[in-house]
Design a protein around this ligand. Structure first.
Ligand code: NI
Length: 164
């Protein structure tokens, strides 16, 4: 168990494309544990390995409202995207910023669990939004990239000030 440091925008390391996981060993298990600890501590509802400077395709999510329901997805791939939904999003790497973003309303994904077993999952609502957001981190993308240039500039300035 360990709480890792979360990288903040505009840190260039957040722009790294993560590599596929090929080894399903105890290192992956402890990475998932650390990611969940870090996410719950923040607190947040999703975290990609990229955000803790580990460039492997691993994401964790917990969108449950009451009891903890930790989920993890290794090498996640979007198979289907249906509809459009607008939701206000935030990100642990972009603290204090919440903006409306449009994404697919329903998705189907394929991923592997910590044991390497492949599974498929259908999701909608907040879970679908969260999974799409986290998968983008693995490709070095942030939700703020979807905003207007003016908004992006303001956000960058604001975060650079906090850093000082
Ligand atoms: Ni995020």
């Amino acid at each position: 168990m360990a709480i890792r440091t979360i990288l903040h925008h505009p840190d260039e390391r957040l722009r790294t494309r993560a590599a596929e996981v090929t080894k399903f060993d105890e290192n992956i298990e402890s990475l998932i544990e650390d990611m969940l600890d870090t996410m719950y501590d923040a607190p947040g509802i999703g975290l990609a390995a990229t955000q803790i400077n580990i460039h492997l395709r691993v994401i964790v999510v917990d969108c449950s409202r009451e009891e903890k329901t930790p989920m993890h997805f290794i090498n996640p791939v979007l198979l289907e995207e249906v509809g459009i939904e607008e939701m206000k999003e935030g990100c642990l790497s972009v603290p204090g910023v919440f903006e409306e973003v449009s994404r697919a309303e329903k998705i189907k994904i394929k991923a592997q669990n910590a044991g390497g077993t492949v599974f498929e999952l259908e999701a909608d609502g907040l879970l679908a939004v969260c999974i799409q957001h986290e998968i983008e981190h693995l490709d070095g993308k942030l939700f703020v990239d979807k905003l207007s240039t003016l908004k992006q500039k303001r956000i960058r300035k604001k975060l650079e000030k906090i850093k000082l």
